[in-house]
Write a protein that binds this ligand. Sequence first.
Ligand SMILES: N[C@@H](CCC(=O)N[C@@H](CS)C(=O)NCC(=O)O)C(=O)O
Length: 250
Amino acid sequence: MFEVLGMSSPNVLKLVLMLEECGFDYRLRHVDVFAGQQFDPAFLAISPNNKVPVLIDHRGAAPFAVFESAAALLYLAEASGRMIPADVQQRSRAMSWLMLQTASIGPMFGQYTHFCRYAPEADRAYGVRRYESEVARLFGVLDKRLAESANVAGDEYGLADVATWPWIRTADTIFPLLQDKSAWQRFPALRRWFDAGQGRPATQRAVAALDGLLSDDIAAFGRADGDAIDRFCGRGRHDHAANITAATTA
Ligand SMILES: N[C@@H](CCC(=O)N[C@@H](CS)C(=O)NCC(=O)O)C(=O)O
C-alpha cells in the first residue's frame, strides 16, 4: 500500500496518475498548506522543502517516504518496472523530458498561477506577463515535440507524460492564456496528446480520486486569513528574505 500526502494540485496529480497507471493500491491524505501544515516538524522530517506531494511506501517493515514528485515517479517506475524504458538511450530521453517538466514547466506554470491568483494588484502585471510568456513558449516546445512523437518522451506513454499532463490540465482549466479556447489551435499536437491522456481509464480514476481533495482545499482556503495566505506565499511577516536581512542587521 502506498500513501500520497497532498492537495488537489497538479504536482500531486502526477503521483496519483502514476499509481493508477502502475496498478498500485494507494490512499490519499490531505495536507492543509493554507494552515501551514507543510511547516510542521513531523512533515519537514519527510519533506524538507516543505512541499507536497510526499509518497509513502508502506509495503516494507518501516514506512519509506519520498519527497519531490519526479523522485516519487522514478521510485514507482522502479518498483513496478513500468512507465520507464529499459533501453538506455530511450531512458535517457525520458529523463530529459522529465527534468524539463520539473525544471521549467512546473516552476513557470506555478509562478504564472501565483501571479494570476495571489499577487497584490499593484505588483501583478509584470509577473503575469513574464510567466505568461514563458508558459506560451513552453507550450510551443511541447507542441513541436508532440508533432514528431506520439508521447512526450517517445512512442510509449510513460513517466514524462504523467509528469506533464497535470500542468496542461491546470492550464486548460484556469489559465487566462487559454480562457479563449481558440488559442488551442496554435498547439494542435499538444491538444491531441492532452485529449488522448484524458481518455485513459487510469487518468479518469486519478482525476476522480484527486478531486476528492478539492473540497478539503476549498474549506482550507476559506479558513485562511491574510496572515495564513502570507505564510503560504512567503511574504509579509513570513518573507524569508526580509527575515534574513533583519537577523543580519540586528
Ligand atoms: N518541485 C516540487 C514542487 C512541489 C510544489 O510546488 N508543491 C506545492 C503544491 S503543488 C506546495 O507544496 N506548496 C506549499 C508551499 O510551497 O508551502 C515537486 O515537484 O514535488
